[in-house]
Design a protein around this ligand. Sequence first.
Ligand code: GDP
Ligand code: MG
Length: 282
Amino acid sequence: MKFLKSLVEKFVGKPVDWDEVEESLVRADLGVPMAIRIMQELQKLETYRTVTAADVSDIARDEIRRVLPKTTAPLEPLTGRPKVLLIVGVNGTGKTTSTAKLAHYLKKRGHSVLLAAADTFRAAAIEQLGVWSERIGVEMIRGQYNADPAALCYEAYVAAQKRDAQFLICDTAGRLHTKTNLMGELTKVKRSIAKHDEGAPHETLLVVDATTGSNAVAQAREFNQAIGLTGLIVTKLDGSGKGGVVVAIQDELGIPTRFVGTGEKLEDFALFDAKEFVGQMI
Ligand SMILES: Nc1nc2c(ncn2[C@@H]2O[C@H](COP(=O)(O)OP(=O)(O)O)[C@@H](O)[C@H]2O)c(=O)[nH]1
Ligand SMILES: [Mg+2]
């Protein structure tokens, strides 16, 4: 996560190397518009004095802070009906793991949760969530392999109502954001849930892998256009050494990061904390 920190350390006590600053900003996955803004601010400063390493970090920190919301909305239950969270994303980003982590997180806060294994494309995916559900002690609604995910989510809502569950979390199949038929299937899932409650799904959370950099921005753009997103779960922040996608997606698309994943275990999960995040980055 310390990509800007290491950049700054290189320049301590000497004038900054502009090419290196620019390259580091681009490599940090903050997005081109943000990288350009930081460079412009630094160059403005340079017209009247020598820019130092501290200036790079100060200006980058200010720009990033300006873009990120100060607080992250927590997940509060509704009264008298389940709050539906739809988990979407491309293959392998960590949807199923994050679904389990989120269920565990809510359960620990005293909430009742029901899971829906709506990734019916692969039998193994249903099993994977099944193992998590047993481990965390949260019930899961499963369908047949290859069942219609929209119908499954519709039924899962009925089950959530029957059980008075406060949250229903629907894990979905990975799909490439460029495949319109698969994106259309998600629209169908959303519509079927909305038949029960026109406000549902109350949250549509895109899971992105921080290590995929600018591709994560493209994913967010496409999913947002197709089904509308309310937030992100950014995973694998433990491995990448970066987290710039959080900033790029907020800056370019206005979609906030709600949760972060920092490992494979249930506990490696937290509500996004902008202040802490910026502190770790710079
Ligand atoms: N290091 C790390 N690995 C993760 C994280 N989240 C998920 N994974 C791993 O990423 C792989 C794919 O996760 P999975 O939940 O099956 O992805 P899905 O295809 O989107 O459902 C698994 O090996 C997970 O253990 C994370 O925050 N950090
Ligand atoms: Mg999965």
